[in-house]
Design a protein around this ligand. Structure first.
Ligand SMILES: [Zn+2]
Length: 331
C-alpha cells in the first residue's frame, strides 16, 4: 500500500515536471524576441525595424501595439537623423551668428524653424495677408461648445432701447452699425443680446424638450439642441458681445434670414463696425454651431477686418493667430 502511495506521489511529481517542461517549451520564443530587441538597439534603425512586425504571430491588438511601439521607436530615432541634418547648415556662414545667440542649448533646434519659415513664405505671399493686430483679451475670448466662458467673467452692461443689454464696450459700435443700416433705408431689429446663465439654461432645456416631443432620444436631443442653442456656459450671448439681429419684416431665425436686405447689408458691413458673422455657412463643423445668418459677435474693428479678409471663422483665425504670435516670440 505504501508503495502504491509512493508510486502515485512519484507519478504526480513526474507529471508536474512534464507540465513544467512543456510550459517552458514556448519560452524558446522569448530568446528570439530578446534577440530581436537587442538587434533593434545595436543595429541602425531602418531595416531592422521594418522587419519586426512580420516576425511575431500575435493577436491583432498586440500586433497593433507592436507596430505602434515600433513607430514610436522609429520616431525616437528620427530626431537623431534630423539633428544630423542641421549640422551642415550650422557650418554655413550664418552659424557663428547663431552660436553667438544667448541660447546655446536651443541652437540645434533653432535653425530648423527658420529654414522652414523661408519655404512657406513664398506660397503664403499670394494669400490674403493676415495682420493679427493687437486685441484685448475680452475681444477675442473664445466661447464655443468646447470652451466654456470663465466662471468669474464679469461684464458691465448697457441697455438698448428695447431693454436688452450688451457689454458697454461694444455699445457704441453697435449703435453706429444699426444707425448706418437704418440710413441705408433698412429696418434691423435686435432680437437677442446679453443672456444670463439662467436664461441660457431655459432656452437650452426648452430646445431639448421640443426635440424630445418630436421623438428624439435624450442623448440625441441633447446633441441636436447643442447645435442650435449653446449649452449654458458656452454661449457668446452670456458675454454680452453677441447679438441676434433680424429684419423687422422677417423675424424668423431660419436660413431664409440671409435673403433679407437687412441681413445682406449686415453681412457686408458688420466688419466695419467691429462685428463678425460668427457662424458662417459651411463652418459648422469647426464652430460647432449651425449656420446662423443673424448672429453677430463683437471682436473689435481690427480683428474683424482681419477676419473678413481671411474668410476664416473665429476658431480657425485664433488658432493661426496663436501660432503666428508664438512664432514672433521665437524671433
Ligand atoms: Zn445668437
Amino acid at each position: 500500500m505504501k508503495w502504491t502511495k509512493r508510486t502515485v506521489a512519484l507519478l504526480a511529481a513526474l507529471l508536474l515536471l512534464a507540465i513544467a517542461a512543456q510550459a517552458k517549451g514556448p519560452s524558446k520564443a522569448s530568446p528570439r524576441a530578446g534577440e530581436a530587441a537587442s538587434l533593434i538597439r545595436e543595429e541602425p534603425a531602418g531595416e531592422q525595424l521594418r522587419k519586426i512586425p512580420v516576425l511575431p504571430v500575435l493577436p491583432k491588438t498586440e500586433d497593433d501595439v507592436t507596430v505602434k511601439t515600433l513607430r514610436e521607436e522609429q520616431n525616437a530615432s528620427a530626431p537623431r537623423f534630423s539633428t544630423l541634418e542641421p549640422e551642415p547648415s550650422d557650418a554655413k556662414p550664418a552659424a557663428p551668428a547663431q552660436t553667438a545667440d544667448p541660447k546655446p542649448a536651443g541652437t540645434e533646434t533653432a535653425p530648423a524653424p527658420s529654414s522652414q519659415e523661408h519655404a512657406p513664405e513664398d506660397p503664403s505671399a499670394p494669400k490674403k495677408e493676415l495682420l493679427f493686430p493687437e486685441a484685448e483679451d475680452w475681444q477675442i475670448l473664445l466661447v464655443n461648445p468646447w470652451n466654456e466662458m470663465p466662471e468669474d467673467y464679469e461684464v458691465t452692461l448697457k441697455s438698448l432701447d428695447n431693454g436688452m443689454k450688451v457689454d458697454e464696450r461694444a455699445y457704441d459700435s453697435l449703435m453706429a452699425m444699426l444707425q448706418a443700416c437704418r440710413e441705408a433705408g433698412l429696418a434691423p431689429k435686435v432680437c437677442s443680446a446679453y443672456r444670463t446663465q439662467s436664461k441660457q439654461t431655459y432656452l437650452y432645456n426648452n430646445k431639448i424638450a421640443r426635440l424630445r416631443n418630436a421623438g428624439y432620444s435624450k442623448a440625441a436631443a441633447e446633441k441636436e439642441a447643442g447645435r442650435w442653442v449653446a449649452r449654458p456656459g458656452t454661449s457668446e450671448h452670456q458675454l454680452g458681445l453677441a447679438l441676434d439681429i433680424v429684419s423687422t419684416s422677417y423675424q424668423s431665425l431660419t436660413k431664409k434670414q440671409e435673403k433679407t436686405a437687412e441681413q445682406k447689408w449686415l453681412m457686408e458691413h458688420c466688419w466695419e463696425y467691429g462685428f463678425i458673422l460668427r457662424y458662417p455657412n459651411e463652418k459648422s463643423e469647426i464652430t460647432g454651431i449651425g449656420y446662423e445668418p443673424w448672429h453677430y459677435r463683437y471682436v473689435g474693428l481690427d480683428v474683424a477686418l482681419d477676419l473678413r479678409d481671411s474668410g476664416l471663422c473665429l476658431e480657425e483665425y485664433l488658432l493661426l493667430r496663436e501660432e503666428a504670435l508664438a512664432e514672433k516670440d521665437w524671433m
